[in-house]
Design a protein around this ligand. Sequence first.
Ligand code: BGC
Length: 377
Amino acid sequence: MNMRHLLAATVGISALTVSLAACSSDPADDGSATPTGDTPAASADCNVGIAMPTRSLERWINDGEGLKALLEGDGCTVDLQYADNETDQQISQIQNMVANGANILVIASIDGTTLGPVLEEAAAADATVIAYDRLINGSPNVDYYATFDNYSVGTLQGEFIEDQLGLADGEGPYNFEPFAGSPDDNNAKFFFAGAWDVLSQYVDSGQLVTPSGKAPASVDDWQSIGILGWGSDDAQAEMENRLSSFYTGGEKVDVVLSPNDSLAVGIAQALRTTGYTADDFPVLTGQDGDKAAVSQILAGEQSMTVWKDTRLLGERVQMMIQSIIAGDEPEVNDTETYDNGVKVVPSYLITPEVVTADTVQSKLIDSGFLKPEDVGL
Ligand code: BGC
């Protein structure tokens, strides 16, 4: 714990009486706190600002509301804000949270490189900063990072494609169209690298060919095929453009690497518009388990999604906050991967998993992540 935390924790401890003891994890434990739920902290000492990027994508609505409910259950005061994917709006929301006395900030950044100055204000006010899902770059004032294993998301997508197409057995050539996520999102680099580290050997061997020429020359060129802001409409326009420009002689797309579900929804729409049906849809990947994408999976139009159970991420952040309020060091499980350019941010990475049509019921519905009626079941 650094001095700033020590100070914050000390102030917190002196202000808290009985309720702190109730909120604390077992003092003898190793930091692996479990959420107590029925043991509220004093709200005056747990004042959390949650900054989410946008309401336009399903997952952030679930993330924000889920986390707010958990923290309010612990007696915290919570200010949850969404920023329309506008960086300036997110900065002023965080400024307001600090001005209103937030002692903990949970931030899913829009552009993780732009928050340095506002985090200096947060540090001056002794707020503890947890980067949520996306790393915040270029600032020393990021205390913890809670996320899924982002590289592994890409690996799962790449291995799925490898497996479905029999690439390791030498099958091919296949027509392959790769996409990447928003160039300003630090996660997008990890998603692409995870997939590309599996697939690039098959591009090199000629088993995957890209008629559009949009396969990046190297993994570091991923931004050249990034869809800014992760918009379905932009992904659709890009896929329609590739289809109408490079598939004019009756060629078919066999496989599309889509880093997430919002892009997969746009890509599938472009394929439908161009006459593809469930019978000849390409292998198409995704991520998140969004309702629209899961409906596509059940319709045979999307092959898989990498499911990140965002309830687990919320619970993880809840545990981190309970530890911080109690003056303990939150549990982390990765102190090497996430270098933000100034420091390696102590991280907790949760393991993502593949969901296909065969496992929608057992994984997404039975666990309560989605309701049957959300996906037409
Ligand atoms: C998240 C993904 C999400 C994407 C678009 C990424 O940072 O990790 O789960 O699909 O943003 O919102």
